[in-house]
Design a binder for this molecule. Structure first.
Ligand SMILES: *[C@@H]1O[C@H](CO)[C@@H](O)[C@H](O)[C@H]1NC(C)=O
Ligand SMILES: *[C@@H]1O[C@H](CO)[C@@H](O)[C@H](O)[C@H]1NC(C)=O
Ligand SMILES: *[C@@H]1O[C@H](CO)[C@@H](O)[C@H](O)[C@H]1NC(C)=O
Length: 311
């Protein structure tokens, strides 16, 4: 259930003036692609949504959020006046035929191109976002059944994790905890098996696999990956739940190590955003798009979330 609402994160800024490489953007903004509402109980409140946990995750890392609405994009609200190269929409769970997938594909290509010309453009995918990244890179859907619904697991790190960017700032004792304690919250039915991943030349050459996990059916799936060349990151699990989801009916680890892990990954991705030199030309343009223009709704009495932003 939670996986359906996972998010593709991406930095989205208008490139207006190239800044010298050495300057750091200390006002990073992360765009979050909204998802189409599918749960009938949620339908009265909006057409698309973002669980607040993702927003808080970014904010806790020192970044600001801009929601990227799929529906408005489809209705022709081109953000061209604000973003000269990026249009993002949310969508359904179908990773190939949905508008979400089509838009993400356009966006993904733009991000590739931007990075190719030295214009730093990070993407983060959580759960469904992770799966989507694999589809975009492989150009086919390689998912198979890897059920791990409401289960927290220790990460089985590969040898590549030790030299990864994602875990670079992790103190050794926290990495050990992450590999021994069930801190990574899984909510998915599908995934990419390690065999499928390694057999696929496109995936294998694009991403380093940083961790593996075993699903309830015994199948081993890729749980964490990062781009070898591109600043693209994927987690099949949910690092935002550790600090920002509390429903006692679900397996959301809240130990000190779990919270620290979640903090460090949020900081990591926001720091990636700091390396982007994109920014809005006008402060007013920026203000109009920021998440602060919206209020989250209390939804704990009818969803597994505490709060959701509806659009
Ligand atoms: C961890 O992954 C390795 C392959 O990298 C595998 O041989 C090992 O059995 C896995 N361990 C667990 C506990 O899943
Ligand atoms: C989720 O997992 C937790 C911990 O294992 C368990 O107590 C709870 O009943 C499960 N919830 C659901 C909805 O399956
Ligand atoms: C959930 O709680 C809100 C606020 O208390 C209330 O307005 C709403 O009707 C409740 N929804 C359901 C489905 O119980």
């Amino acid at each position: 259930m939670l996986c359906v609402s996972a998010i593709l994160f991406a930095s989205i800024f208008r490139e207006c003036s190239a800044r010298p490489d050495k300057l750091v953007n200390n006002r990073p903004i992360i765009g979050i692609l909204t998802q189409e509402v599918q749960d009938p109980d949620m339908k009265p409140y909006g057409r698309t949504y973002i669980p607040s946990s993702y927003v808080k995750y970014i904010e806790s890392g020192g970044g600001r959020v801009i929601p990227i609405s799929s529906v408005e994009f489809l209705n022709g609200r081109c953000l061209c006046s604000l973003f000269d190269r990026l249009l993002l929409i949310g969508g359904t769970v179908d990773l190939q035929t949905s508008d979400f997938a089509h838009a993400a594909k356009i966006y993904f290509r733009l991000a590739l191109k931007a990075n190719d010309v030295g214009d730093y453009f990070p993407i983060w995918g959580t759960c469904l976002g992770f799966q989507l990244l694999t589809v975009l890179v492989a150009e086919e859907n390689l998912l198979s059944k890897t059920p791990a619904e409401n289960i927290s697991l220790p990460l089985n790190f590969t040898s590549e994790a030790a030299s990864s960017r994602m875990f670079e700032a992790f103190p050794p004792e926290l990495l050990t905890a992450l590999s021994q304690e069930a801190l990574a919250a899984n909510f998915h039915h599908f995934g990419v098996t390690d065999q499928m991943f390694m057999r696929n030349e496109k995936l294998r050459s694009f991403f380093s696999v940083l961790s593996l996990n075993k699903a309830e059916n015994g199948v081993v799936f890729v749980s964490t990956m990062e781009g070898r060349k591109y600043p693209f990151y994927g987690v099949q699990w949910h690092p935002e739940v550790n600090r920002f989801q509390w429903n006692p009916l679900y397996s959301f680890p809240h130990s000190r190590n779990a919270e620290r892990m979640s903090s460090l990954l949020a900081e990591f991705f926001v720091n990636e955003g700091r390396r982007s030199s994109h920014h809005f030309i006008q402060a007013e343009e920026e203000s109009k798009e920021l998440i602060y223009n919206y209020n989250p709704l209390y939804v704990a009495n009818f969803t597994s979330y505490e709060q959701i932003y509806f659009f």
